[in-house]
Design a protein around this ligand. Structure first.
Ligand code: SAM
Ligand code: SF4
Ligand code: SF4
Length: 646
């Protein structure tokens, strides 16, 4: 099985895929027409995304997140916490802090993927730019989004049973979801509603769920209700719905995934195209009467891309705004998961269309161009053989550990309990761009130091360079890409673990100033053994009269010593007693200048070369230090050589 098949199989196994929720793409109240960076510059503080500062998204399991795309990190859960506790939870504060420094590791893999792919212009996070942001930790959210149930009458091709009760019962034969929003939730919610600027009702089908209808009734009682938008499949229009809409002015986002009956009905299974078009007319005339809006949501995917231009032409003729759901899952429907040769054909056909119907578009032309550009970007990523990050759409899980804790835990479990190496790398170009100053890369290789420290990883400036170095170790035929967990970047590099072949696993996260990576290795080469007689080894290396032995307790406090101590700047052996070996090193740094440490020639983990270089001196000192750990004692052997400086 090749890598692509392995990734696909793994992704198919993850059943809880989360559809993107299409939001009302209404005009910006604040500074309409401004660019994203202009909007951010005008805010009380800068952030990559304001979602966790302004909004709460309540899902059908009672989990609360910053937005519907953030599946990796939770603000909290209504089954265990009050709304107030969730809004002020450590998780929420951590997510805000991370996004303020451009760190996507708090579950923001989708936006990170869009940015990395070059699709910043359509990044999902932009929809939170138009809300009022007064401070970093406001007392009230100004937006709430509700996907409180999966009640739905349709079984759309690209949807699943977490979103549609009908799919859950018929296609998946799974038991119904339990109801999680009880009376106490609604009682507390009443305090929050008057502070909201905007409420979005999203999936299942909001007009069929008991809980969303209860929230709509509460909103209708407010003297100044917020703006309300309902994303709907457009199949529902009844006296009951008409009555709610009369009490509470609302905008509609109608999901329309085809513009001909065969395409539409092939996707939206259970819906009738003609009926939905009649309802679209009803929504439109309602909106005209109430001063609200109707817009269209469209899942662009393999089963409908051929009529994308026709769909946009229709929307433009009727003056509907359009939002596109980027379908990444299910894999078999996603344009972004196509093999490159098939995607090339889609892009070529769309490019030919540029001269036809697409050329006639005016207001919706940017939507066409944005999607075509995203597909072109994806194609060039695939054709260049670059890392293809595909987010695993796992079930919503509570995340109580930080990204780094999670990475360390997963990698350590994978390798049988050993702590992974930790690498902090800085991209020098990025440093100069973001003005953080060139930082120093740091590598803590841990137990596998004898092997990992020889791979030249500290020379890498980007995750891609790190991975290339690891691949080089294993040979060019080795598959490079497999998403190993729900972490944003988590790759296993190397052949299947059935054999004793070597594998690396690397998880990393990038913020504005640095990339932190954790690295584990399975089946590394055997560690070199401790020289049986370290003293004799050092005597060979530098001569018998240049070797010092420090006899220490288990905490490396020096108990006694032997040898010519002048080299470590000590006159009498008694001066050393009670010092720690680290203090000896610090004295050396003071006396001999800057210190660099590299692995010693034996390859044994506790055998290192320590070099000191002193400015304005033709001589430099090199020590070779071997540390022997016995049950009750630590013996430190130090050999020294004076070297001429080149
Ligand atoms: C889950 S639906 C809920 C609202 C309503 N039932 C509807 O269909 O409009 C919300 C949005 O997600 C979109 N959607 C469904 N499956 C998707 C998928 N696999 N990827 C991206 N968006 C998806 C729908 O088209 C719809 O616009
Ligand atoms: S960065 Fe994207 S995924 Fe993360 S909270 Fe913002 S909108 Fe959601
Ligand atoms: S109507 Fe909406 S929730 Fe229902 S199956 Fe279709 S996409 Fe899913």
């Amino acid at each position: 099985m090749n890598l692509q098949q392995r990734v696909t199989r793994k992704l198919r196994r993850s059943i809880g895929r989360t559809p993107a929720q299409q939001h009302d793409p209404g005009p910006s109240k604040q500074n309409p027409g401004a660019t994203r960076s202009e909007k951010i510059a005008a805010k009380a503080f800068k952030s990559t995304c304001y979602a966790p500062t302004v909004s709460m998204y309540f899902d059908q399991f009672g989990k609360v997140r910053a937005c519907c795309q953030n599946t990796g990190a939770l603000m909290g859960s209504v089954t265990e916490q009050s709304i107030r506790e969730i809004w002020e939870s450590p998780n929420t504060l951590r997510m805000r802090g991370a996004l303020e420094v451009g760190d996507f590791s708090e579950g923001c893999g989708f936006c990170e993927w869009q940015v990395q792919q070059g699709d910043e212009a359509i990044v999902f996070a932009r929809i939170f730019d138009d809300h009022t942001v007064t401070e970093q930790h406001p007392r009230w959210p100004v937006q709430m989004e509700f996907s409180m149930t999966n009640s739905c009458n349709l079984q759309c091709q690209m949807c699943n049973g977490d979103w549609s009760s009908s799919i859950r019962a018929h296609r998946e034969q799974r038991p119904p979801l339990p109801a999680v929003y009880g009376d106490s939730f609604f009682e507390e919610l009443a305090e929050f509603l008057p502070h909201l600027e905007k409420v979005n009702f999203l999936g299942g089908e909001p007009f069929l769920g008991k809980e969303p209808l209860r929230v709509m009734a509460m909103l209708a009682q407010l003297p100044n209700p917020p703006q309300v938008a309902v994303t709907t499949n457009g199949t529902q229009w009844s006296d009951r719905i008409e009555k709610i809409c009369e009490q509470l002015p609302m905008s509609f986002v109608l999901s329309l995934d085809g513009i001909t009956a065969p395409t539409y009905e092939g996707i939206r299974i259970g819906a009738e195209f003609e009926q939905v078009m009649v309802n679209l007319d009803r929504f439109e005339s309602y909106a005209a009467r109430h001063g609200t809006k109707v817009s269209l949501a469209h899942c662009l995917m393999r089963s409908n891309w051929h009529e994308f231009a026709q769909f946009l032409r229709f929307a433009e003729d009727r003056e509907f705004q359009v939002g596109i759901n980027e379908v990444v899952f299910p894999v078999e429907l996603s344009l972004f998961q196509m093999p490159p040769d098939e995607l090339r054909q889609v892009v070529n056909t769309m490019e030919r269309d540029e001269g036809g119907l697409a050329a006639s578009l005016a207001t919706l032309r940017p939507i066409w161009e944005g999607q075509l550009d995203a597909l072109r970007n994806r194609l060039s990523t695939l054709e260049a053989g670059q890392l293809q990050y595909i987010r695993p759409w796992g079930e919503s899980q509570e995340k109580s550990e930080t990204w780094a804790e999670q990475a360390v835990r997963l990698l350590s479990e994978w390798v049988g309990g050993e702590s992974p190496a930790r690498l902090v790398i800085h991209d020098p170009d990025e440093d100069s761009q973001v003005g953080t100053g060139a930082g120093e890369s740091r590598c803590e290789f841990g137990e596998r130091s004898y092997y990992l420290s020889r791979l030249g990883l500290e020379e890498a400036n980007t995750p891609e360079q790190l991975i290339t170095k690891l691949c080089d170790q294993l040979g060019s035929e080795v598959p490079r890409h497999e998403t190993a967990s729900d972490l944003i970047h988590d790759l296993v590099i190397g052949d299947a673990p059935a054999t004793d072949s070597r594998q690396f696993r690397i998880a990393w996260s990038t913020s504005e100033s640095a990339t932190t990576a954790f690295l584990a290795v399975r089946n590394p080469p055997e560690p070199p053994v401790l020289p049986e007689n370290p003293k004799a080894v050092l005597e060979d290396w530098c001569g018998a009269d240049q070797v010092i032995v420090l006899n220490c307790d288990r905490d490396e406090q020096i108990l006694s010593s032997s040898g010519r101590l002048a080299v470590i700047e000590v006159e009498r052996a008694t001066d050393l007693i009670g010092l720690n070996t680290q203090e000896v090193l610090s004295r050396l740094v003071k006396g001999h200048g800057a210190m660099t440490v590299s692995p010693g020639p034996s390859g044994f983990i506790a055998d290192s070369l320590v070099s000191f270089t002193q400015e304005d001196s033709s001589q430099s000192l090199q020590l070779r230090v071997i540390v022997e750990r016995l049950d009750e004692a630590v013996l430190v052997y130090i050999g020294s050589q004076e070297m001429g400086q080149s």
